[in-house]
Design a protein around this ligand. Sequence first.
Ligand code: GRF
Length: 220
Amino acid sequence: MTNLVPGTRFVIEEKVMINIGVLASGRGTNLQAIIEAVEEGRIEGEISIVISDNQDAFALKRAEQYSIDTRYINFKEFEDREDYDREIVKTMKKKKVDLVVLAGYMRILSLYFIKMYQNRIMNIHPALLPSFPGLYAQRQAVEYGVKVSGCTVHFVDEGVDSGPIILQKAVKVSDDDAEESLAKKILKEEHQIYPQAIQLFSEGRLIIKGRKVFIKKRSI
Ligand code: GRF
């Protein structure tokens, strides 16, 4: 199996496994979906560490329940964004992380971080990018009056929600949808496509060419 995205991967029973590092700030339902995909063997890898900028993030508790290493890193103890990110990168490197997964992480990454893990950071956004980037995507969609919205898994570049798109899933917006009901519908799909995108990465099937991500057919 080949993987055009570089990383330090290890082999278990002839399977190439990736080390995943997760950054999460909140409740962690996407983290939960990813943990379950790993447990069920759908993702060829393991979650090596979950890091949060929020001591009370429920995501940390979820990880602990599965005996996954966790770390809270307090932004206030660092000089600036880059200094903070250097600590995260140091921790990720110690854990030999191949792929960084942003799962409801509320801080913007520094250029330093993005360069250190170029093409190896994924994010999920609750809208069909490039529509409605940034915060409150579901509210933006409802207020705009779109009939279809959804979610997008993408690689992270230096812009806001602007990196190459890996997978998207659409959902219908009904006349009576409000921000919350739409968010709920979208979240259900997030829990499907985020583990799928990580699975494709773990199988070495994502090829980035400029803005585009091509998905290689499974080798027999
Ligand atoms: C999700 O809506 C995701 O799209 C966005 O942040 C939210 C995280 O939710 N990036 P959870 O913490 O995974 O439940």
